[in-house]
Design a protein around this ligand. Structure first.
Ligand code: SF4
Ligand code: SF4
Length: 425
């Protein structure tokens, strides 16, 4: 059925891969020169800055950008000096602040910042939000504190969401005790007792000790997407409402943090090389991609493509100095010789995208509204916001239309228009 080569030598199957197919132990990478960290708030010159270039930092130190904005922070994974603080535009025009730290290596291990230790003795939601929002897996803990949002069920995503990626399976295989501790902590600090852990079919037994309801996710893509999990496994919870998702890596990191009194800094990443071989890497958040590629022995040549995330939903990167982010689960290098470029060919109305869409979006209609720049009509008449962003339509499109990217842009455009209307109301 799927005829078009999508990924050259490393062509993905439409079934999830198993951790057993990947060399077991991650390569450990220690940043040698500098790390870059993103703070989720725009760079502003107004307000009293709490960090500045030239400041010395230590591992685990919380770096808040501005006084009075406690949510705008990151955590240093290294000992060193801040050498740059500058604006950074992320995906979909997201305005952030980049903090570059020059790593200091004098051969002596620097003790971690003890500030979190005091908080960790008595776990609270406030303490977790204040210190752990940027740990590996990037848990959105603020959703538990939002007034008016009543969370009744926490769903822990313990199966890898995209193809070729085994990061989450590695966490379940080696860190289930930390996941269990994290679940206990979550129950205590959020008050939510109903916790469900979803895992790959092959890991149901390994997950059995986690003291949560365990559900197995089907092996066929995109069954591990949160929206598919809700539709296929948790329909009774949908009726109750108040479901929130956290990654298994984030829950394991939460467990480790409160268990050890130290903020976890190491991210697990599945790397996929040009020849299709995979290698797990463990590296501090903020490590530059160039150092990850050096560690796995991969060289980037002109014309190669670098992707952060899996083959179906990942995004192209344009700099080797881009850092590992708290939610970077995979890094893929595609050789120039196997890249299948998108084209600007017209839709032939073949219907393949409609047939494969798991949530019945009329993709062929949607593409026409988007082509005409009619984003609001795309939302009203062609179910733009029902799309779960699995990328299958782009995968099968004979005309090689980058539908998935168009959909993301269209959603962003509608949200921006709505925000502008609200601001002017
Ligand atoms: S990305 Fe395409 S196939 Fe996937 S849900 Fe959205 S419209 Fe459907
Ligand atoms: S798969 Fe591509 S060419 Fe076929 S109907 Fe969908 S958008 Fe059009």
């Amino acid at each position: 059925m799927i005829k078009r080569p999508f990924f050259g030598i490393a062509k993905p199957k439409l079934t999830y891969d198993s951790i057993e197919d990947v060399r077991a132990e991650p390569v450990s990478v220690k940043p040698k020169q500098r790390v870059t960290l993103f703070i989720d708030v725009p760079f502003k010159r107004a307000g009293k800055a709490l960090i500045k270039t030239g400041d010395s930092v230590i591992p685990g130190q919380r770096l808040q950008l501005l006084e009075g904005e406690p949510a705008g922070y990151t955590v240093s994974p290294v000992a060193g000096k801040i050498s740059e603080i500058s604006p950074f535009i992320g995906m979909m025009e997201k305005q952030m602040t980049a903090v570059v730290i020059d790593v200091e290596q004098d051969g002596e291990e620097v003790a971690a910042d003890p500030a979190f230790k005091e908080v960790s003795d008595k776990p609270t939601l406030e303490g977790a939000i204040r210190f752990l929002s940027t740990i590996p897996g990037k848990p959105d803990l603020s959703q538990f504190a939002e007034s008016g949002k009543s969370v009744k069920t926490i769903v822990i995503l313990g199966a890898d969401r995209d193809l070729m990626t085994v990061t989450t399976q590695y966490v379940i295989k080696t860190g289930i005790a930390s996941v269990k501790t994290g679940i206990d902590i979550l129950r205590k600090i959020t008050g939510v007792q109903n916790i469900v852990l979803t895992v790959a079919q092959s890991q149901v037994q390994a997950a059995g000790s986690a003291a949560a309801g365990v559900r197995s996710v089907a092996n066929r893509y995109p069954a591990a997407h949160p929206e598919m999990i809700l539709r296929n496994l948790l329909y009774e919870q949908i009726e109750q409402g108040g479901v929130c998702f956290l990654s298994a890596e984030a829950v394991a990191a939460l467990g480790e943090a409160f268990n050890n009194g130290r903020i976890p800094l190491e991210k697990i990443i599945t790397t996929v090389k040009k020849d299709g071989t995979r290698q797990l890497v463990s590296a501090p958040v903020g490590t530059h991609i160039s150092e990850i590629l050096d560690a796995v022995g991969e060289k980037i040549e002109p014309g190669d493509r670098l992707i952060a995330g899996g083959p179906m939903t990942g995004a192209a990167l344009y700099s080797l100095e881009h850092p590992v982010e708290p939610d970077t689960d995979a890094l893929i290098v595609q050789g120039a010789d196997i890249i299948v470029e998108g084209k600007d060919s017209p839709c032939t109305n073949c219907g393949e995208c409609v047939r494969i869409c798991p949530v019945n979006v009329p993709v062929n209609e949607l593409i026409r509204y988007m082509d005409a720049g009619e984003y609001e009509l795309a939302a009203e008449r062609a179910a733009l916001f029902s799309c779960i962003e699995c990328g299958l339509c782009a995968y099968v499109c004979e005309s090689r239309i980058p539908i998935f990217q168009f959909i993301r842009l269209a959603k962003h455009a509608v949200k921006r228009m709505n925000a502008a209307e609200e601001a002017n109301a």
